[in-house]
Design a protein around this ligand. Structure first.
Ligand code: UD1
Length: 422
């Protein structure tokens, strides 16, 4: 297995291009199942999770081609041969569950294995099931698979989610596009990836309003067309690389970045003493003097502080002046990076969903192990700021969500290399 060797070497300066959003692409790809006509995505990120979704769609009989070095994904679901999402693929990635709503809407049936993904909590499917049942689906769990059917087709309904789940919102919205009548989804998630999905569905002929607010209204149509859609910028990759100059010092421009994608995160950086400014081509982040100051963080659904940036923010707080409290409210088991950061000399105490971090003057390089996608990149950030060498193993987690991480960080002056495994 490959590992990444990072040697802390001072301030970073230059530009980093930000890719299209993994989490948007993973919901846009299953949208192809809603239509017989081709759907083409541009600005797609080159990631192993995208390959997993490609394999899943192909296993259903969809045609999926990767063009222009993976930045364009051309899909067609003209004829599908299966409505079963197999455990062998689904266990690799939770987002595989996003084929459930589209398959059910177009074919009146779907069999989807309960998902896997990062080991960051229980992550059940009850909110997806409740929403689809409100649209008239009958769903039962048998042998680890959700068996869903809607023999007479789905019917629009008013449904309020108990929690604003991102994936459940995506599944319910996609299913409702082909349901008979109007669906009103209340307490919907407001993430930019959902706005991106709705923009694409609208290009395909769907009638939807209210995306980006907590009430989304969908007027069902008989069929959807093909479309071409550009994937929105990855706000988590953006936030992650915004932390590189924050933790190492220097000034880095994140190309393609937009303030509206990372507002609550940028506010925290500002409070910590890191400046964030919009430029013509993106966002410029600078830490020019002294240590950052400790700030408290509570993770929340968008527009709150994203759980997917909590691990990386903790790496920054490890080197801050003062004590910060990080409260994780989205996932119950998302501090697995804390013991690894402690191996690098960090001072962190975890009690349930709260981590108290007292900043130290400097971290020390160490061998550490990535335990999930965002945890792995937090260890790289910590390594960039540490004295000496840090080896981050189990890099396959990183490949799920960050393309060309070595090239991007080398481009701003970091000392980082990928070591090939046996
Ligand atoms: C998506 C993102 C993930 C991010 C998360 C929260 C994708 C591919 N992944 O995941 O990177 O960390 O949003 O911003 O977009 N829950 C239930 N029942 C359900 C569904 C969810 O209890 O039926 C719980 C989960 O266990 C979790 C919380 O709700 O504690 C948030 O999950 P959700 O918003 O659904 O996240 P995902 O869509 O899986």
């Amino acid at each position: 297995m490959d590992s990444i060797l990072v040697t802390g070497n001072g301030p970073l300066n230059g530009q980093i291009p930000i890719a299209g959003a993994k989490n948007a692409c993973l919901t846009l790809m299953p949208a192809t199942l809603l239509s017989e006509e081709p759907l083409t995505l541009t600005n797609a990120p080159r990631l192993s999770d995208i390959k997993t979704m490609t394999a899943l769609l192909q296993s259903l009989g969809a045609e999926v081609s990767s063009l222009q070095d993976g930045q364009v994904i051309a899909m067609s679901s003209h004829t599908l041969t299966s409505q079963t999402a197999d455990y062998d693929i689904v266990r690799k990635m939770r987002a595989s569950n996003l084929v459930l709503g589209p398959l059910l809407a177009r074919f009146g049936q779907a069999v989807v294995s309960l998902p896997g993904g990062c080991a960051i909590g229980a992550r059940p499917m009850d909110l997806h099931v409740e929403g689809l049942e409100a649209l008239g689906a009958e769903i039962e769990l048998k042998d680890g698979y959700l068996h869903a059917k809607a023999p007479g087709g789905l019917k629009g309904a008013v449904h309020e989610m108990r929690f604003a789940s991102v994936g459940a919102t995506e599944n319910i919205v996609m299913a409702a596009t082909l349901a008979k009548g109007t669906t009103v989804l209340k307490n919907a998630a407001r993430e930019p990836e959902i706005v991106d999905l709705v923009e694409c569905l609208r290009k395909m002929g769907a009638q939807i309003s209210g995306e980006g607010t907590s009430t989304i209204e969908i007027q069902g149509v008989d069929r959807l067309n093909g479309a071409t859609h550009q994937v929105v910028t990855d706000r988590i990759e953006l936030g992650t690389y915004m932390l590189a100059p924050a933790i190492c010092g220097g000034e880095v421009e994140l190309l393609g970045g937009r303030m509206s994608l990372v507002e609550s995160f940028a506010e925290k950086l500002d409070a910590a003493g890191v400046s964030v400014a919009e430029t013509e081509n993106g966002l410029k982040v600078a830490r020019k003097k002294g240590r950052v100051q400790a700030v408290d963080v509570v993770t929340e659904p968008f527009p709150g502080f994203p759980t997917d940036l909590q691990a990386q923010m903790m790496a920054l707080m490890c080197t801050a002046e003062g004590t910060s409290v990080l409260e994780e409210r989205i996932f119950e088991n998302r501090f697995m990076h804390a013991p690894e950061l402690v191996r690098m000399g960090a001072n962190i105490e975890v009690h349930g969903g709260t981590a108290t971090v007292t900043g130290v003057e400097s971290l020390k390089g160490a061998p550490v192990m990535a335990t999930d996608l965002r945890a792995s990149v937090s260890l790289i950030l910590a390594g960039l700021a540490a004295e000496g060498e840090t080896t981050v193993s189990r890099v396959y987690h990183l490949d799920r969500g960050y393309e060309h991480v070595v090239r991007k960080l080398e481009g701003v002056g970091a000392k980082i290399e990928r070591i090939k495994g046996q």
